[in-house]
Write a protein of this length. Structure first.
Length: 272
């Protein structure tokens, strides 16, 4: 791989690229650091509808093992993941892209060791944002040794809260009706003692966090392929922002090898 920025240009290995580099600029900051990551095509697609039921998933034409390795390395730094109710529905339907990181494959053993060396739990905890809470929690997820919470701005029935509590899952209720404000999410995660939150959800959650001024860093993989399609899904979905949010390029790497020789860029953008 080539590091294009910062200069000088240099050849660097993929493994360890995101794990060994400092995640948080100017540590220590006594607040939560929030970061997200997407892989997209040149035409900005992060998900496409797949037959037979037009279910939206990350296209196999952009997903690739080298990007997946970096996705896992980013999770290596996290003490909590932010995911969505949609992920749990996909998981139950057997349509989720994969289990939540850190993956159990031997290829990620070094990330698990890195976490131990750095005093982190074996697996990051997970917070699922949901308006509807219409999902089951798979047993396997409950047995991974993570603390699991659900954040909602709705009022779930008492029985549902009790049932979740019996499974060891807490439901945190927020003011509002439906969607939770990004600032409230960050305030609550901070109060719970978390320092590094990795958003592994999609465009609505990214909008929730970024529009509230809470997205510190965005990692973006751009696969050099055009996909087309009319079911457009890009990294952020929600109301137009009153003013653009500016991010500055911090890192840029060119990976000529993958996928299938098309090439891809790995970029990191930090909020100004
Ligand atoms: N290419 C990539 O790198 C990448 C990365 C992530 C996701 N994706 C794809 O993007 C698509 C959408 O993913 P996603 O559904 O996880 O992402 P999402 O659009 O961010 O999340 C959707 C769900 O999250 C909950 N939610 C979002 N914002 C909320 C808020 N402020 N308050 C309360 N609940 C909130 C709602 O759950 P309920 O419906 O339960 O109320 C909502 O339906 C999927 O096809 C996924 O595969 C692609």
């Amino acid at each position: 791989m080539l590091r294009l920025y910062p200069q000088p240009v240099a050849t660097v290995p993929l493994k360890g690229l995101y794990l060994d580099a400092p995640l948080v600029p100017n540590e220590p900051a006594e607040r939560l650091f929030v970061y997200g990551n997407f892989v997209m095509s040149l035409d900005g697609r992060i998900a496409i509808a797949q037959p037979p039921n037009a279910h939206q998933t990350v296209p196999s034409t952009t997903a690739n093992p080298r990007d997946w390795r970096l996705f896992q390395e980013l999770a290596g730094h996290a003490d909590v993941l932010i995911s969505s109710g949609r992920y749990l529905r996909d998981l139950a339907a057997g349509q989720a892209q994969d289990s939540l990181p850190i993956g159990s494959a031997g290829a990620f053993a070094d990330i698990r060791r890195w976490r131990r060396r750095n005093g982190l739990a074996a697996q990051p905890d997970v917070v699922f944002l949901s308006e509807d809470l219409d999902f089951p929690l798979p047993k396997a997820l409950l047995q991974e040794g993570r603390t699991i919470s659900i954040f909602t701005a709705n009022t779930p029935p008492r029985e549902q809260i009790a049932e979740l509590a019996a499974q060891g899952v807490s439901v945190e209720r927020f003011v509002g009706n439906g969607r939770i404000d990004g600032k409230d999410i960050v305030a609550r995660l901070t109060a719970l003692g978390y320092r590094r939150a990795y958003c592994v959800a999609g465009p609505q959650v990214l909008h929730t966090l970024a529009s509230a001024g809470c997205l510190d860093t965005l990692f973006l993989t751009t696969v050099h392929r055009l996909l087309g399609g009319s079911d457009f899904s890009t990294i952020m979905q929600g109301a137009l922002l009153d003013a653009p949010l500016d991010y500055r390029l911090r890192w840029l790497y060119y990976d000529a090898a993958s996928p299938a020789g098309a090439g891809q860029m790995f970029a990191r953008y930090d909020c100004r």
